[in-house]
Design a protein around this ligand. Structure first.
Ligand SMILES: NC(=O)c1ccc[n+]([C@@H]2O[C@H](COP(=O)([O-])OP(=O)(O)OC[C@H]3O[C@@H](n4cnc5c(N)ncnc54)[C@H](OP(=O)(O)O)[C@@H]3O)[C@@H](O)[C@H]2O)c1
Length: 83
């Protein structure tokens, strides 16, 4: 993650959408799952979210077949995160 005065943060930065946003918004901050896991129960308090004007969530669990199983339902990061 870089900190060059940007007020935009993109989560899920290593996915297809996140990589496209790197090209479009090179001045933004980017966080891969290794840096920010949106399912982390401490997410709200683990970051100074107020420093960002915009947070774009490109993180998603995209294994569609598995997501439709009972186990997969619990993995969908969109169920765990709102901004
Ligand atoms: N691609 C498109 O053309 C397109 C178009 C319209 C909308 N969208 C939407 O954009 C979103 C992302 O799609 P995508 O194609 O970029 O999917 P993707 O290539 O599968 O990327 C998803 C990214 O989310 C990360 N991720 C998964 N669980 C996470 C978690 N708990 N915390 C943080 N990051 C997590 C993954 O990290 P790992 O690499 O570590 O698994 C991966 O880098 C989806 O909601 C999709 O519906 C995509």
């Amino acid at each position: 993650m870089n900190h060059r005065g940007s007020s935009t943060l993109i989560l899920g930065a290593n996915g297809q959408l996140g990589r496209a946003l790197r090209r479009l918004l090179p001045q933004a901050d980017f966080a891969s799952r290794a840096e920010i896991d949106v399912r982390d129960p401490r997410l709200d308090s683990s970051r100074d979210w107020g420093r960002y004007d915009t947070v774009i969530n490109a993180a998603a669990y995209t294994n569609v077949d598995h997501a439709e199983t009972a186990e997969g339902h619990g993995r969908d990061p969109r169920r765990q995160f709102s901004c």
